[in-house]
Design a protein around this ligand. Structure first.
Ligand code: NCD
Length: 431
């Protein structure tokens, strides 16, 4: 088999839109056996899938693909052309994606997992240089974009903050973008003004990725969030269609939730409960866009208890105080804090708790509580880990090298630790 067993099986489940339980039944194997075939290569309990199962799965998927062929014929061509904006290879908004194209991106992210887990190396971007331009605070987005580019063999040039850039001398976005385009092969930009990254993109023909434009969008974060939800659901035997997603916190200025709810709306029959303090509710233009998809239920509340009952996913966010224009709020009140007690009270044992991070740990902020740190339902670090394969997939697609990755893989020469974090939950490392 040319792709890894894990990638092959996950792809098949996604294409057939089946949970692990149903997929195992469909191919006539025990769920436990399927689980061991889905474990990362090299983990102690991982097993090889019998060849006959592989052939059977291929047959089922091929039959299904034939049925889907006509529906998809209108959208042929490489992924980067299908998500292009005015013919340019950019990632500015999740609006560029359909359900099919997002799942195609995730198949590429799956291919990147052995590199992200430090089992393999690749040099498909050797010689390429990334300009990582962050005019706003960032740790994980900037570093993970940089690390993703490096892990594909490229190099990274960084600039952080306005103070040390020529924008402090009054340089325009157009000039900055055009100048940088002469130096680098792709740019990731974070900027405090909504729409500013699109302005950067208009001034260049090299790929531009929106790393967060003020309260606008954060498409790569939403993509890694959706990838995390689908991966966790696959393990838990759940489908995203029909699921209940609770988005909690500053939904007015939080760009991650703006992108995420639009991306989730590509699925069917979701229930969204939007739990925000008064004055920080989700903007109407986003609600209208989600509503246009039809089939979703959106409930808004100021009560955390009410919003969390029966949720499959709780997605908590930080108060974006730096974006306030006249709002009078220091942090969340205590009754807004997602903590173990309220999760136990309102949700089942297989809820997943997410947060784009950083969580505000200062006293009085009442952001996502640390008392869930040892709870396997807390998925925040599995979520951050997923930032690498997803961002690698984004670069591979925008630069047109996704087809070269599989054959470029070589074994790593160093020994990475078996658990990335000392406190990683028992689920960690399970796909
Ligand atoms: C978020 C952001 O910058 O929008 N962080 C991130 O990129 N993971 C969320 C936040 O700052 O609260």
């Amino acid at each position: 088999m040319s792709v890894s067993q894990q990638v092959f099986l996950r792809d098949a489940m996604r294409r057939l839109n089946l949970t692990r339980d149903v997929f195992a039944a469909r191919i006539g194997v025990k769920r436990r056996a399927l689980d061991t075939w889905l474990l990362p290569e090299g983990s102690q309990e991982a097993r090889n899938m019998p060849e006959v199962v592989g052939r059977f799965v291929t047959e089922i998927v091929e039959n299904e693909s034939l049925l889907q062929k006509y529906a998809q014929s209108a959208q042929s061509g490489p992924l980067r052309q299908r998500i292009a904006v005015d013919g340019k290879h950019q990632l500015l908004s999740v609006d560029q994606f359909s359900r099919e194209s997002v799942e195609e991106l995730f198949r590429i992210a799956d291919l990147m997992q052995p590199i992200a887990r430090r089992q393999k190396v690749s040099r498909v971007l050797e010689g390429a240089v990334l300009g990582n331009l962050f005019f706003e605070a960032s740790t994980r987005t900037r570093v993970s974009f940089g690390a993703a580019f490096c892990r594909l063999g490229g190099s990274v040039c960084d600039t952080t903050g306005f103070t040390f850039s020529s924008m402090a001398k009054g340089e325009s976005i157009y000039d900055t973008s055009r100048v940088l385009s002469g130096y680098v092969d792709a740019m990731v930009i974070r900027h405090p003004d909504q729409g500013s990254v699109a302005e950067f993109a208009r001034a260049t023909n090299i790929p531009v990725v929106n790393g967060g434009d003020g309260p606008g969008e954060h498409p790569s974060q939403a993509l890694l969030d959706l990838y995390t939800i689908l991966t966790e659901f696959s393990r838990l035997g759940k489908l995203l269609d029909g699921a209940h997603i609770a988005l909690v916190g500053d939904l007015k200025y939080g760009r991650t939730v703006h992108s995420l709810i639009k991306l989730l709306a590509l699925y069917r029959g979701l229930k969204f409960t939007l739990v925000a303090p008064k004055g920080l509710e989700m903007p109407d233009y986003i609600l209208e866009q989600v509503g246009r998809h039809g089939g979703h239920v959106i409930e808004q509340t100021h009560s955390l208890e009410e919003g969390l009952v029966g949720a499959d996913v709780i997605y908590a966010t930080r108060v974006q105080k730096e974006r306030f224009s006249g709002e009078d709020l220091e942090g969340y009140s205590a009754d807004f804090q997602v903590n173990k007690a309220i999760v136990d009270q309102c949700c089942g044992p297989d809820v997943i708790v997410m947060h784009p991070l950083p969580r505000d740990s200062r006293e009085g902020a009442n952001d996502l509580s640390v008392d869930l740190n040892d709870d396997p339902r807390l998925a925040i670090f599995r979520q951050t880990d997923n930032g690498i394969p997803v961002r690698m997939a984004i670069f591979a697609v925008l630069l047109g090298v996704e087809g070269l990755v599989q054959h470029s893989l070589r074994d790593v020469t160093w020994s990475p630790p078996s658990h990335i974090g000392p406190d990683d939950s028992i689920f960690h490392g399970i796909d």
